[in-house]
Write a protein that binds this ligand. Structure first.
Ligand SMILES: Cc1cc2nc3c(=O)[nH]c(=O)nc-3n(C[C@H](O)[C@H](O)[C@H](O)COP(=O)(O)O)c2cc1C
Length: 200
């Protein structure tokens, strides 16, 4: 099999948010799709290590904010390169709250969907969530960012302040250092050292 065929699949890029008591959190995902229209259901996969995963397993409610081509690397880094276990991702980040009380990302997004989880499927490293759409709105007319658009136009490929570094070609995580350890595993997406390339 040619593993590169998997890169031909097309995805969007989203911020999935949850609220557990007073704690707001969210993370970047590329695994969001509408799976049925009647009833209106979405599906998304979350890594079991992610705090957002545990919050949604517990509360069964979420918002899916749809990132547009206006999205910046700062937003990807805020939601995708740190965990809500140790960071408050909303402390300096502008947000709105939908009718379900959960935050959504209005800045750099063209819409959001509110949903309630009805089923989960254990996929080993990840859980696949099936959720019924309860609400949602269009925020503006900017085109949705695809995962390919993220890789071509948003993902950071150079880091001027870093002398040497390596970038994960799958998610964009940057390892700073002269030499990438051969057994290095990306802390964000779990891909191995062979999926990294030197920063330009
Ligand atoms: C471009 C990109 C795509 C990602 N896609 C997913 C995904 O589909 N599922 C997932 O669980 N994590 C995905 N991640 C990783 C999470 O966003 C990341 O681990 C985050 O820090 C988890 O935060 P949390 O612990 O607060 O939930 C992605 C990250 C990036 C940068």
């Amino acid at each position: 099999m040619n593993p590169k065929v998997m890169n031909k699949l097309s995805y969007g890029i989203f911020v999935v948010t949850a609220k557990d008591g007073d704690k707001d959190n969210g993370c970047i995902i590329n695994t969001g799709i509408q799976v049925t229209t009647e009833p209106n259901q979405i599906a998304f996969a979350l890594n079991k290590n992610n705090y957002t995963h545990d919050m949604i397993v517990k509360t069964k409610e979420l918002n899916l904010s749809i990132l547009s081509e206006k999205a910046t690397m700062a937003t990807i880094q805020n939601f995708g390169f740190q965990s809500g276990r140790t960071a408050d991702k909303f402390v300096e980040f502008p947000f709105e709250r939908s009718a379900n009380g959960i935050t959504y990302v209005a800045k750099e997004c063209n819409g959001y969907i509110s949903a309630k989880v009805t089923q989960t499927i254990d996929l080993g490293t990840h859980t696949l969530f099936i959720a019924t759409v309860t609400d949602g709105d269009v925020l503006d007319d900017s085109p949705s960012a695809t995962y390919a658009y993220y890789h071509a136009h948003i993902k950071q490929t150079s880091k001027p302040e870093a002398k040497k570094g390596w970038i994960c070609t799958v998610c964009g995580y940057i390892y700073e250092g002269e030499t990438l350890p051969p057994d290095f595993i990306c802390p964000i997406c779990g891909h191995p050292a062979s999926d990294f390339e030197p920063l330009k």
